[in-house]
Design a protein around this ligand. Structure first.
Ligand SMILES: CC(C)(COP(=O)(O)OP(=O)(O)OC[C@H]1O[C@@H](n2cnc3c(N)ncnc32)[C@H](O)[C@@H]1OP(=O)(O)O)[C@@H](O)C(=O)NCCC(=O)NCCS
Length: 176
């Protein structure tokens, strides 16, 4: 990515463009479990209201240019599982293949560490989403489980999904 961009917290003013990007992405029915017919209110609740934090990646030094990506960060489980976080990332189709998801994932790991999370888990990485699987592996995530036919792909039917996991701190920190 040669042109400047900024990753920052999502504001109310960002939401209409974030929704447009998410709507187009989820309508594909090939990467996220959100139903393709999900309403704006449902997706807003899941992407903007429920997470610990929601971010946007925008063109320009001040982050005021075109919306190119968004991600969310939240605890993966309540209570005794809340030291493991979960993230979801979307990059605009025209901006893919330029390192933006890599940048958002690295950013999310820094944010997660700063918030005190010890590990990051992706719960449903669709096995046919090869770009995503390759990317997360390259960034240090392991496939720790394969969920047989756990995703109902809109074109391919039932396909496997992966649980992917990365420890964010020194392994010794995880010892009791
Ligand atoms: C999956 C997704 C997030 C990847 O986003 P992306 O911005 O294209 O990812 P990156 O550019 O960081 O990495 C993708 C590829 O570009 C390459 N790349 C990284 N930096 C690059 C650069 N500066 N120039 C050219 N290519 C680059 C990466 O090496 C990677 O190559 P690979 O596919 O051979 O592994 C994006 O395709 C997307 O939003 N898909 C729809 C939603 C989705 O699937 N989300 C993830 C669910 S688990």
């Amino acid at each position: 990515m040669t042109s400047p961009y900024l990753i920052r917290l999502c504001t109310e003013a960002d939401w209409p463009e974030v929704w447009t990007l998410l709507h187009a992405t989820f309508q594909g029915g090939d990467t996220y479990a959100f139903a393709p017919e999900s309403t704006e209110a449902e997706i807003r609740a899941a992407w903007l209201d429920a997470p610990r934090a929601t971010y946007v990646l925008r063109e320009g030094d001040a982050g005021q240019g075109r919306l190119l990506g968004t991600y969310v960060l939240k605890p993966n489980q309540p209570g005794l599982g809340s030291h493991v976080c979960n993230c979801g990332y979307v990059v605009a189709p025209e901006a893919q293949g330029q390192g933006l998801a890599s940048a958002m994932c690295e950013h999310s790991q820094r944010e997660a560490r700063a918030m005190g999370f010890l590990a990051m888990q992706f719960n449903l990485v669709v096995s046919t989403n090869e770009r995503a699987v390759r990317l997360w592996r390259r960034l240090g995530f392991d496939i720790v489980a394969t969920l047989p036919q756990a995703f109902r792909h809109q074109r391919l039917g039932l396909v496997d999904a992966f649980v992917m996991f990365k420890t964010l701190v020194d392994k010794d920190t995880l010892d009791p």
